[in-house]
Structure formats: structure tokens, C-alpha cells
Design a protein around this ligand. Structure first.
Ligand code: ATR
Length: 274
């Protein structure tokens, strides 16, 4: 008897994840028969939970904080973005049972910036604030968009230097770091990749970061403007967006990896806005 293909998102905590709603909407829109649920794995128990899900008929899953590194270790094969980032947000078992690992965060960010928001990146100056896992997940695809430069600043400067070093082979000299207090002026796009906003904080940044018609993009999303986007408004950013579009686009990329169909995203993004 055919069973319904099963998908899930693993995280801890996972209660407020929008991924089940997004993937169920994708499945309805593309007439794909599948289930998708949220699984809160114990902090030390991701791999066991993943194997249990597979035994129950799991075909693939998303992985979020704090398990993206564990998912990277669990995979038998990694796509180039995941290998460079050292983090996996999408897993799929192939026909022979091999576990394939992908990172769709960067592609999701690029799709939201370039296609949904029509942000020009080629030849532009981009500043990334933050040098943790979220930053590592998006640097590779951002570099592929051919900015004139991508400057990484971070509260702990050494971490920014390590990240820049890690990506130097693919950066063609365009990836740099600078002190958090003096990051340079007049950027076309400033991306907040810190987790500071999750606690309502934000890094202390100087004035003058935004050039004329500058964009501010927060990888985090929230129902109300984030601390970073509120600061960006006061600092003169002409355009300000949170990461809801990126969230839906990285999900669409995962759905494509699993199902071979790319769902439309525009209505789903607007439907998730409060
Ligand atoms: P994530 O996977 O969300 O990126 P992470 O790897 O722990 O989480 O990285 C968190 C990032 O947010 C780091 O760049 C961190 O700066 P440090 O490397 O100095 O810790 C940054 N961050 C978190 N809280 C911050 C705050 N209050 N001010 C400035 N930066 C902050």
C-alpha cells in the first residue's frame, strides 16, 4: 500500500516555526501528496531523532538552530554551499538510502533580494554584520552575485577574520573584514546576520553606513520591525526588509530538492505577513 511521503523540520525549540505552514501551502499549491511536521529533537539527540524519522518513513527534512552543524556531520554527501558553510538546512535520502545535505539559506536570500525585491548586487558594496552560522550560510551565494566588495564585521573581530579566511578561495579578493566601529561608509546593502535581534538587541554601529538609496536586510524575521530595521530607518536606509521572504524562498528551494517542483512564493510570503 503506498504511504504518504513524510517531511519534517528539526530544531530546538521548534514550536513557533513557520516551516510546516509554508510546506503545507507549497504541497497544496503544487498538488503534491505529503505530510510535513515539526520535530523538537533533544539537544544531544539530533542524529537519533533523524534515524527514527527515517525508520518511520521520512523522505527528507529541514534542519534549523541548533542542529545545522550536526546535520552537516550526519550527511553522506554535501552540496558545495553546505560544504563551504559547514552547515546543512535541508536533507534528503536518495534511492540507495544515502543522506544528501544541502544549504538553501544563501540561495533563498539571493532569490528574495534579486527576484522579489529587485536589488542589484553586481558591482555593489555590501556590508555583513555578524560572523556566526547564519553569516556562513549566505556568504558563498552572496559572492556569486559578484558584488564589488563584501565586508564582514563582527563584535568578536577574530571570528570575522576566520570566516573571511574560510571563503577566501572563492572570493577573488572581494571578501574583506573591518573593525565593527569603522566598517566604512556608504554601502548599497547592509545585511544583519547577527542573532542579537532575537533578544531585542543590536550591535552598536556608526552613522553613515547607508549610501543613497541604500538597503537594510535582516536575516531574522518578526511580526514587528526588528531592532536592526528600526535602527536602519533612523540611520537613513531607504529600503528595509526582514528575512520572511528569505525564509519562504529557502523553503521553496528545499521543496524543489525533494519534489522536483518549484512552488510560487509571492502569495505565501504576503499571506504570512501579519
Ligand atoms: P547564528 O547561527 O544565528 O549565526 P551564532 O553562530 O551563535 O548564531 O552567531 C551569532 C552572531 O551574532 C555572531 O556574529 C555574534 O557575535 P560574536 O561572534 O561576537 O558572538 C552576533 N551577536 C549575537 N548577539 C550580539 C550582540 N548583542 N551584539 C553584537 N553581535 C551579537
Amino acid at each position: 500500500m503506498p504511504t504518504t511521503d513524510q517531511y519534517a523540520v528539526f530544531g530546538h525549540p521548534i514550536g513557533h516555526s513557520k516551516s510546516p505552514a509554508i510546506h503545507r501551502a507549497f504541497a497544496d499549491a503544487t498538488q503534491q501528496r505529503l505530510t510535513y511536521r515539526a520535530i523538537e529533537a533533544p539537544l544531544e539527540g539530533f542524529t537519533d531523532a533523524l534515524h527514527a524519522f527515517r525508520r518511520e518513513g521520512g523522505c527528507g527534512c529541514n534542519v534549523t538552530v541548533p542542529f545545522k552543524g550536526d546535520a552537516c556531520s550526519a550527511a553522506d554527501w554535501l552540496d558545495p554551499d553546505a560544504a563551504l558553510a559547514g552547515a546543512v538546512n535541508t536533507l534528503r535520502w536518495d534511492e540507495s538510502g544515502r543522506l544528501l545535505g544541502f544549504n538553501t539559506d544563501g540561495k533563498g536570500l539571493l532569490r528574495d533580494l534579486q527576484q522579489n525585491l529587485s536589488v542589484e548586487l553586481a558591482g555593489r558594496r555590501v556590508l555583513m554584520v555578524g560572523a556566526g552560522g547564519a553569516a556562513a550560510g549566505v556568504i558563498g551565494p552572496l559572492l556569486q552575485a559578484q558584488p564589488e566588495e563584501l565586508v564582514v564585521v563582527n563584535r568578536t573581530h577574530q571570528r570575522a577574520e576566520s570566516l573571511v579566511e574560510k571563503f577566501s578561495a572563492i572570493a577573488d579578493g572581494r571578501l574583506k573584514t573591518a573593525p565593527l566601529q569603522t566598517p566604512g561608509l556608504g554601502y548599497d546593502l547592509v545585511v544583519n546576520a547577527t542573532s542579537a535581534g532575537l533578544t531585542g538587541e543590536m550591535p552598536t554601529l556608526p552613522d553613515g553606513l547607508f549610501g543613497a538609496d541604500g538597503w537594510a536586510y535582516d536575516l531574522v524575521y518578526a511580526d514587528a520591525p526588528t531592532a536592526f530595521l528600526r535602527w536602519a530607518a533612523a540611520a537613513g536606509a531607504s529600503h528595509r526588509h526582514d528575512g520572511l521572504g528569505m525564509l519562504v524562498e529557502q523553503a521553496a528551494e528545499a521543496f524543489f530538492i525533494w519534489r522536483g517542483i518549484r512552488p510560487e512564493t509571492a502569495l505565501i510570503i504576503s499571506g504570512l505577513r501579519p
